[in-house]
Design a protein around this ligand. Structure first.
Ligand code: RNT
Ligand code: ZN
Length: 417
């Protein structure tokens, strides 16, 4: 697209938004500051470098589009490419199974900072900060229960793993001069009815208390709630109620994955409640289709509403934005870009909401005016602002990135057999 056209369109959009009290330049500046934690696992279908085996443990990737990253160099190369197509400076979210194990088998209870040193160096060289995740799925000891397992041997194994992961996250945070956010998600649950709903939750709380008792100044821990996992449909130990209570009583960050709730539930509505009782949120922006399917994030009503609620609750500063989806049925790099840019679009849309005027109407009891402005705001020239944001940051505007990804497929991912 011609630069002058984008600039012209932006000038008109700026004027249009200003008329309802919205400063587009400020919205763009705020969006530029917003880091998104890119989930490394979209590059390789959540396989990692530990066993090179398909994913198991409550989650599943579907599709076999060619071009999966098969090793650490390919993951890094893909992320470096992804960065060239997204405006702003983002983070990389690693899972423990993505360690640099140097061809050796390193079990989960043996993992150490040394296995992530090359990631720390790579991140510094690429001007990226790291976030981290313990990995309790895809392992012979995963079974149905990890941190909530009554079997002491298995439970201790996973406690040790998670404690080690926290120390690795701390080393990452120290090296990057910015806290590394470490997420704990365990798939623990039951396929069929259990007579021990309370017991497993008690054990999980005990395990987490033990894990989180170690003071580590350069990292922050968060725990992820979920509705159910595949093969564990009847009961999830770490349900939403469990983690809400846990986070509120222990002052721990709550991980809100947008795919982890009932399909008819209004996930956006949770933001303003959670923010009253938990210190911060870690977001896993995803797209459930009929279930927690981890489809590529798009700019749909759910995601738009979600970020609007976050901005309305003044919560953007208290939320760590991360992505969590894994689509193996289309070009994986394309999936990455679509989801990241869609997330940015939703954040921008939230930042461009004429909130002051909407609230003025609400305060004045002017329900018609509020609804009318909400409706009109939907067709404001949002796209012109997003195009300008990308142009300003030197990345492809609009659909231009399709060609760039096709080229990368020709040169790189398409050659992976
Ligand atoms: C699973 C959780 C979890 C994982 C990643 C790979 O339902 O959403 O966040 O997707 O840790
Ligand atoms: Zn998630």
């Amino acid at each position: 697209m011609k630069e002058s056209t984008i600039l012209k369109a932006y000038e008109l959009a700026k004027e249009r938004y200003a008329a309802i009290g919205v400063d587009t330049d400020k919205a763009i500046a705020d969006l530029e500051k917003q880091q998104i934690s890119l989930h490394c696992w979209q590059t390789d279908d959540v396989v990692g470098f530990e066993r090179n085996e398909a994913l198991s443990g409550g989650i599943q990737t579907t599709g076999n589009y060619p071009g999966r990253a098969r090793n650490i160099d390919e993951v890094r190369r893909d992320i470096e490419f992804v960065k060239t197509l997204i405006a702003g400076n983002h983070r990389l979210n690693l899972h423990e199974i993505y360690g640099d194990f140097g061809g050796k088998f390193v079990d989960r209870n043996e993992v150490d900072v040394e296995h992530f040193q090359s990631w720390i160096d790579w991140a510094r060289a690429n001007n990226m900060k790291l976030d981290f995740n313990s990995t309790s799925f895809s392992h012979p000891k995963s079974g149905d229960l990890t941190l909530s397992n009554p079997d002491n041997g298995i439970r201790t194994f996973w406690i040790e793993h998670t404690k080690r992961c926290r120390r690795i996250a701390d080393a990452m945070g120290k090296a990057q001069g910015d806290p590394c956010i470490m997420n704990i998600w365990v798939h623990d649950g039951s396929k069929d009815q259990t007579m021990y709903r309370k017991r497993y939750r008690e054990i999980l709380a005990e395990s987490l208390d033990d894990i989180l008792s170690e003071e580590l100044p350069y990292m922050k821990s968060c725990v992820e709630a979920k509705l159910f996992g595949i093969g564990l449909e009847s009961y999830t130990v770490g349900s939403m109620d469990f983690y809400e209570g846990y986070c509120a009583t222990r002052n721990v960050i709550y991980t809100l994955d947008t795919g982890h709730y009932e399909q008819t539930e209004n996930v956006a509505d949770k933001v303003a409640s959670l923010l009253l009782f938990v210190p911060e949120l870690m977001l896993h922006v995803s797209r459930p289709v009929r279930w927690d399917s981890d489809h590529v994030t798009i700019m749909n009503d759910q995601t738009l509403d979600f970020f609007k609620e976050l901005v309305r609750a003044d919560g953007l500063d208290r939320a760590h934005v991360g992505l969590d989806y894994f689509d193996a049925s289309i070009n994986r790099i394309g999936a990455y870009i679509i989801g990241t840019r869609a997330t940015q679009k939703c954040i921008l849309s939230a930042l461009l909401e004429p909130l002051a005027l909407l609230r003025k109407y609400e305060d004045g009891g002017q329900g018609f005016e509020r609804l009318a402005l909400l409706e009109e705001a939907k067709s404001l020239p949002f796209g012109a602002v997003f195009d300008y944001f990308n142009l300003k940051n030197g990345v492809p505007v609009g659909e231009e990135y399709i060609a760039a990804i096709q080229q990368y497929e020709k040169d790189v991912t398409g050659k992976r057999m």
